[in-house]
Design a binder for this molecule. Structure first.
Ligand SMILES: *[C@@H]1O[C@H](CO)[C@@H](O)[C@H](O)[C@H]1NC(C)=O
Ligand SMILES: *[C@@H]1O[C@H](CO)[C@@H](O)[C@H](O)[C@H]1NC(C)=O
Length: 151
């Protein structure tokens, strides 16, 4: 009897604990990781304008003072940064609540990733103007929009 009551109250406590644990992340996730933008979807804004792909690749690596070679992160204390090479300007912008940029080069390029990335944008639009949102990579929270435009 006593044991049963203790067991019942234990189960109740467990239920309440589970409820609050499972209830919190929903709220928590939405507050901390807004996913307002659709990821990995290219918007090609001007297919008639063909840029030089190599210029866009060089511009990408020029972001934030340069992320070529062994540098593995693009970290910029600003909501937006851009770089130009020849015909092409590449811009990274923190969106969906982001105020600064902190993204790994691998994620930024995102080759073949369903999370989006510069390479996927190039594949979708060619070296022509457009943009795409990459999941994550912004602080304190949010995503990164990568854009290609004519210089
Ligand atoms: C980042 O920029 C803000 C102003 O936009 C400045 O107040 C702050 O000191 C900067 N932080 C660093 C680490 O440079
Ligand atoms: C942040 O970027 C904007 C747009 O490029 C620029 O006007 C501004 O000066 C930058 N702020 C800082 C603190 O570098």
């Amino acid at each position: 009897m006593f044991f049963t009551r203790r067991l019942t109250s234990f189960v109740l406590t467990l239920l309440i604990a589970c409820w609050s644990v499972s209830a919190r992340p929903l709220w928590f996730t939405r507050a901390l990781l807004p996913r307002a933008s659709t990821l990995n979807v290219a918007t090609c804004t001007d297919p008639a304008t063909q840029l030089v792909e190599h210029d866009c690749n060089v511009a990408l690596l020029g972001l934030g003072g340069g992320i070529a070679g062994a540098i593995e992160f693009l970290r910029v204390n600003n909501s937006t940064t851009s770089a130009t090479s020849g015909t092409c300007t590449v811009t990274a912008t923190a969106v969906d609540g982001g105020t600064t940029i902190d993204i790994s080069k691998g994620r930024l390029e995102g080759h073949g990733s369903t999370n989006g990335g510069f390479d996927n944008l190039l594949t979708a639009c060619g070296p022509s103007p457009g943009s795409m949102v990459i999941g994550g990579g912004a602080k304190p929270t949010g995503n990164i929009q990568i854009a290609i435009s004519a210089a």
